[in-house]
Design a binder for this molecule. Structure first.
Ligand code: GLY
Ligand code: MN
Ligand code: MN
Length: 460
């Protein structure tokens, strides 16, 4: 368990933030709904429940409880209404007795739209996906002005949140280690391997102790060419004749907070058929080079750094990687040509905020009023355009992929003349590389939560 004092401090800082935001925007209170379970179309089975992140931030211990409400008022203990119907179909949330519960005034309710202890002549802001049926016009649903302030505040994590994200990392690395071991054990030279993405996924779940629906996002378990699909969504059950690459982008959750980690491993030359041994060595060198690039980028992180500049720096470093691995026959003469090439091999953003949501809020938001800075037009998939501040948690996830559709476009472009196409064609069956760590911006630099978690795992 995380020290209770961290949670206590977390709640008192949230109370302060919300009270200030309410005063600023002329509200008397904030009402947050945990959310509702949703049914599949024409069916009576449900989608996995995912709580409103605003609710999770206040009540992480009930992140699996639907239809709960939290009422935050100035100068009062937050009032928590826990939905606990007399039900014999589903198990109701019991009255919590742990220490955290003492920070809330708790009422068990049997109505998903309970009568709340509200007062006349007060103005309530509601943050919820679906309104209560008894809302009157004194309730304002999801007001932008307030959401902008709350989202902006969420970019700076409290010590409690940082510890939750770290623990999510500690859990995810167990899954990574287990899947890596299975991948490496299953590479059998010149014979049919029994390795499947499905078996790797099951091993990942077992090692993290997670069920699928508890993961913060669908694990990307991509073998060989599949590693070239950035968010590859399947878990193939067919064993592959040759296992070359495993790209694993897998997270874990701790009390509703996410880890988002990617590692790429490849078969070593000795485990490959004779004809593929040379290219196996080249791909292994590419994996190492991307990892060095990632670590060099992380070294630059400190408060005051513009994340767009960091993304651009990663593209500059990638030119060196492409040259050193001989994917580029010669250095392209201008930044423009270089970028046409690097965006082909690395088409996504360098990273994003991380928190309760894997792609956490406010990555584009420049102030509490909601001013947004879009990513540069030539880098439309970048999800973070902020200047870094102490307490932000973000990912750094450069990649280098062999994506047939993008490569064909480049081949047809003048910039394509710098590329060693023979080597590119040999590397397509290896898919690609991504290396992703979760980073806390500290007062003077960065704390790498992912590598700390791996080091702890190795030490135990
Ligand atoms: N796992 C999704 C991402 O890395 O953004
Ligand atoms: Mn990510
Ligand atoms: Mn990821």
């Amino acid at each position: 368990m995380i020290a209770f004092s961290l949670f206590e401090t977390h709640i008192s800082s949230l109370q302060q933030q919300v009270e200030q935001a309410l005063s600023q925007h002329d509200f008397d209170a904030l009402l947050i709904g945990s959310g509702h379970t949703k049914k599949h179309f024409l069916d009576d089975t449900h989608y996995a429940f995912r709580a409103n992140p605003h609710f999770v931030r206040w009540v992480p211990f009930l992140h699996e409880s639907a239809d709960c409400w939290l009422l935050i008022q100035k100068g009062k203990k937050p009032a928590l209404y826990i939905y606990a119907p007399n039900d014999f179909w589903y198990q109701s949330t019991p009255l919590p007795v742990d220490e955290w519960a003492g920070l809330f005034d708790i009422t068990l309710v049997t109505d998903p739209a309970p009568a709340l202890m509200t007062q006349e002549n007060q103005r309530y802001a509601v943050v919820a996906e679906e309104p209560l049926h008894n809302f009157s016009n004194k309730f304002e649903c999801n007001p932008d002005v307030l959401l902008n302030t709350l989202h902006f505040d969420r970019a700076i994590k409290t010590s409690w949140e940082i510890e939750c994200i770290f623990r999510a990392n500690c859990c995810a690395v167990k899954g990574h280690a287990a899947a890596k071991a299975l991948f490496q054990k299953s590479i059998v030279p010149s014979s049919e391997s029994s390795l499947t993405e499905r078996a790797l996924h099951n091993r990942y779940l077992q090692a993290t102790g997670h069920l699928d629906h508890e993961l913060p996002y669908n694990v990307i378990m991509a073998l060989n060419e599949n590693a070239a699909t950035l968010h590859y969504q399947h878990k193939s059950r067919s064993p592959l004749p040759v296992a070359r690459t495993l790209l694993l982008d897998g997270g874990a959750s701790y009390l509703g907070y996410a880890a988002d980690i990617t590692r790429t491993w490849s078969a070593s030359a000795v485990d490959m058929p004779q004809a593929e041994q040379a290219i196996a060595t080249v791909f292994a060198a590419i994996v190492k080079a991307v990892e060095r690039l990632q670590l060099s980028v992380i070294e630059q992180i400190k408060p005051g750094l513009d994340y767009i500049e960091l993304h651009r720096l990663a593209h500059q470093y990638l030119v060196d990687v492409l040259l050193s691995t001989k994917l580029l026959a010669q250095c392209p003469p201008t930044d423009e040509v270089q970028e046409v090439i690097t965006r082909t091999f690395f088409p996504h953003g360098l990273g994003h905020f991380l928190g309760i949501q894997t792609h956490d809020v406010a990555g584009f938001q420049q102030d509490s009023q909601g001013t947004v800075k879009a990513p540069p037009a030539s880098h439309p998939f970048l999800r973070l355009t902020r200047v870094l501040e102490e307490g932000m948690v973000l990912t750094v996830e450069p990649g280098l992929y062999f994506i047939p559709s993008l490569l064909e476009k480049l081949r047809a472009d003048a910039a394509g003349s710098f590329v060693n196409w023979d080597l590119v064609d040999q590397l397509k069956p290896w898919g690609g590389v991504r290396i992703e760590d979760n980073i806390l911006v500290t007062a003077t630099g960065a704390r790498n939560l992912t590598r700390e978690a791996f080091a702890l795992l190795d030490a135990n």
